[in-house]
Design a protein around this ligand. Structure first.
Ligand code: GLY
Length: 284
């Protein structure tokens, strides 16, 4: 692993610099409450501020963007503190294409950043693709050289993303997983990327927005597909810092320490207390 990239700040900077060098425009994080969008309470993904760009990618100020988006997701509320990896508030690294590049470049750049910049060991990495996405399989396997046994085909629940809200842009996706080791696993014989336990950490999601889900339930193909990436800053920090979980990274540790500092001396910090501390740190 690249020992020069350790802190959350290092990760944000290296990611943005990497995509700036590949023709992307840096766009600031949008507000947590989306402006002028009655369909969403909160910004839940990096693509939210760009939703309309996918629908009509003409006369845009740019067709490639990179951002570090503050996100809020109520959907994972019940998992916060119980798993190593879920949050209600988190930051999402994203590189986006609006009718510009598509699967080939997105996959190649994701892998280049993960292997050459972060220097993650390839023997710890797995990839998932949508069940019938043979094109994505071909890119990962033939072009990038990921062995077929490290590429898993998953169904709609895992590998079809969006839309945010009831209608809008969506598409198949392809994820990169980091094997955090057997000790983090559930031990079941079927434990593999896509398992709900903490062993295979999904830290990078490449969405291939190809459709618009209409109100009548039909999937209309987009005239020009794009790319929507969601890479989890806290999860990458956990990997790069060799942390036990997201709460032991430089992002959350100060909050955890502050909560612990308010508790009476001698409090047992395991079990329910640990769960509560993590939850407060997340919500804070
Ligand atoms: N928009 C991609 C993701 O949230 O994973």
């Amino acid at each position: 692993m690249n020992s020069n990239i350790r802190t959350a700040h290092d990760i944000r900077k290296s990611y943005v610099d990497f995509f700036l060098a590949r023709g992307h425009t840096e766009v600031p994080s949008a507000p947590l409450v989306p402006k002028g969008d009655a369909t969403l309470l909160f910004t839940s993904a990096g693509m939210v501020q760009f939703k309309d760009y996918y629908l009509s990618p003409e006369n845009l100020p740019y067709t490639r963007a990179v951002s570090v988006q503050k996100c809020l997701r109520a959907g994972d509320l019940e998992s916060v503190g119980k798993t190593l990896r879920h949050h209600t508030f988190f930051e999402m690294l994203g590189n986006f294409s609006f009718g510009d590049y598509f699967k080939h470049e997105a996959v190649e750049w994701a892998w280049e950043y993960v292997i050459d910049v972060l220097q993650l060991p390839p023997e710890r990495l797995y990839v998932s693709i949508f069940e019938d996405d043979d094109e994505a399989f071909g890119i990962w396997n033939e072009k990038i050289g990921v062995p077929a046994e490290r590429i898993v085909r998953l169904g709609r629940k895992d590998n079809f993303w969006g839309p945010v809200g009831k209608t809008g842009v969506c598409g198949p996706c392809s994820e990169i997983y980091y094997d955090a080791g057997e000790t983090k696993g559930c031990g079941s014989s079927g434990c593999a990327p896509g398992c709900d336990c903490d062993r295979y950490l999904e830290f990078w999601n490449l969405v291939f927005p190809q459709f618009v889900l209409e109100e009548d339930g039909t999937y209309r193909p987009l005239e020009k597909p794009g790319i929507d990436t969601g890479a989890g800053l806290e999860r990458i920090a956990m990997i790069m810092q060799g942390a036990e979980d997201n709460f032991h990274t430089d992002i959350f540790q100060p909050l955890v320490d502050a909560v612990v500092g308010l508790l009476p001396g001698g409090t047992d910090m395991t079990g329910e207390a640990k769960l509560g501390i993590n939850m407060i740190a997340d919500h804070a």
